[in-house]
Structures are given as structure tokens and as C-alpha cells.
Design a protein around this ligand. Structure first.
Ligand SMILES: [Zn+2]
Length: 254
């Protein structure tokens, strides 16, 4: 049966999408797993780019097993991240750029710009602008921002549809105060917390963080409830904090 091109076009226009740029293969789970599951539930296509597997810097438990190679660690991390993304409802790809240190050449930047062009994100989530404990994290933020700007440029691969100006939100770093990170958005993730915790449990190599990030979500949940007003009937238990980079454009301040 012949498809009606008008219907196909309107579906493509209506479908919203989100892009998550994660320095290492587990960051998107701790820091944005709730947002991913929530937007997936709302009908968004959510795509995650892991710039590295975190094979050197965030896989201590795997290395301590002994008899490990970098390839084996990367495969274990890839399997964990794939399983977590599936639970959260996101597609995922791995750039395998290496970690500790993460370094990017122009090709990596263009590869990420091409992801922007393909995904056409309505929102972008990535790391904080600073992190004195981890230089890979702000580098990922820098790449996410620079690729966004390249993807906006008419002169980059002329003729392709450019991207608009999707808002960029920095997700919560491990030690917010030292990273000059302060949330201006609190996302209620109570309805998808079970999905986030299932995804967290895929990260067998970092079991020490499971309960830590449960506490973080509870803290942000309490703060979200406080900020939504005591007259609200919303029963917020779990939250995620975000810091926006650009001003929000709105016609409604309430
Ligand atoms: Zn990381």
C-alpha cells in the first residue's frame, strides 16, 4: 500500500527527541536516567552518545577482578550500558574515544555534529561546565556544545537540515559544590524511579554508587516537593537536578 507522504511528514515533525552526551558509559544512568525514562514515557525518542566506556577511570571493580585487559573491560561496560539504555527506553551509541584522558580531534566533533543533525534534538543533556575531579566530564560538555553550534551552521554540510537551538541542561556532578553546579530545574522522576533503579543495577562495576545515587534522588525529590508548593497534590519522592545553560524562552512565567 502506498503511504501518504503528508502523514509521514507530520509524524516526523511531531515526534520529539532528546540527546544525551555522556563522557563515560555509566554517567547517563546516574545523572540522567530519570529524565531519559520520563521523556521516553512521554513519547520522545531519546538517544545517548557515550564518548568513552570509562574503561580506565570508572571501572575499578572490573580491574580488581584481575586477568583483565582494556578490551575485556570495554566489552563489559558496553554490555552494562546497552542493558541500562534498553531499560530506560533509549537508543545508544559508543564513540570509543578513550578515557583518562578523553581527547577529541575534529573528526570526533564532526561525528557528534552529525548525530545532532540526525537526531534533531529538542533538548540536550550533558555534564557540568566544571569538574576538578574529572577532566573528561567538562570536556564532554564542551564537545556537546561545540557540536551543537556546528550543527546549527548553514555552512556545515550545506543542504542538510540544520538544528535549531535546543536547550542544554547540565546534569548533576558527583560533588556539585566543587563543580560550581547549582540546579535551576528539578525534575520529578517519581513515576519512573523503578526504571532508573533497574538501570542503575546494570552497573555492576560501580555497585558502591547504587545507594549513593538513590539518596541523591531522594534529596532532590524533597527539594522538588518543597519548590512545587505545599498546596500541590503531587507526591514527589524522587528527583533529578539540572542546571540550564541558556535562558528559557516562554510566554508563561507561572
Ligand atoms: Zn564519568
Amino acid at each position: 500500500m502506498e503511504k501518504n507522504p503528508e502523514v509521514i511528514m507530520s509524524n516526523a515533525t511531531l515526534k520529539k527527541s532528546a540527546l544525551v552526551v555522556s563522557a563515560h558509559s555509566a554517567d547517563f544512568v546516574w545523572r540522567a536516567g530519570g529524565a531519559i525514562a520520563l521523556h521516553h514515557a512521554q513519547g520522545y525518542d531519546v538517544h545517548v552518545v557515550c564518548l568513552s566506556f570509562g574503561e580506565r577511570g570508572e571501572s575499578a571493580k572490573l580491574w580488581r577482578k584481575g586477568n583483565m585487559t582494556e578490551e575485556k573491560v570495554k566489552e563489559a561496560r558496553r554490555a552494562e550500558a546497552n542493558a541500562a539504555a534498553e531499560i530506560l527506553g533509549a537508543s545508544i551509541e559508543f564513540f570509543d574515544m578513550g578515557d583518562y584522558p578523553l581527547r577529541a580531534d575534529k573528526e570526533a566533533l564532526f561525528r557528534l555534529a552529525d548525530v545532532y543533525r540526525r537526531v534533531q534534538p529538542h533538548v540536550v543533556l550533558t555534564h557540568s561546565l566544571k569538574d576538578p575531579y574529572n577532566y573528561d566530564h567538562p570536556l564532554a560538555t564542551h564537545l556537546a556544545q561545540e557540536a551543537r553550534i556546528i550543527a546549527q551552521a548553514e555552512g556545515y554540510r550545506p543542504g542538510e537540515p540544520i538544528v535549531g537551538a535546543p536547550p542544554v541542561y547540565c546534569f548533576e556532578p558527583h560533588q556539585p559544590e566543587q563543580c560550581d553546579w547549582k540546579p535551576d530545574v528539578l525534575l520529578d522522576i517519581t513515576s519512573v524511579w523503578d526504571k532508573k533503579y533497574q538501570a542503575i543495577q546494570c552497573m555492576a562495576g560501580q555497585e558502591h554508587l547504587w545507594e549513593y545515587y538513590t539518596r541523591v534522588a531522594q534529596q532532590r525529590g524533597v527539594q522538588a516537593k518543597r519548590n512545587v508548593g505545599i498546596t500541590s497534590s503531587r507526591d514527589i519522592i524522587y528527583g533529578e537536578g539540572y542546571q540550564s545553560i541558556f535562558p528559557r524562552v516562554t510566554e508563561d512565567l507561572a
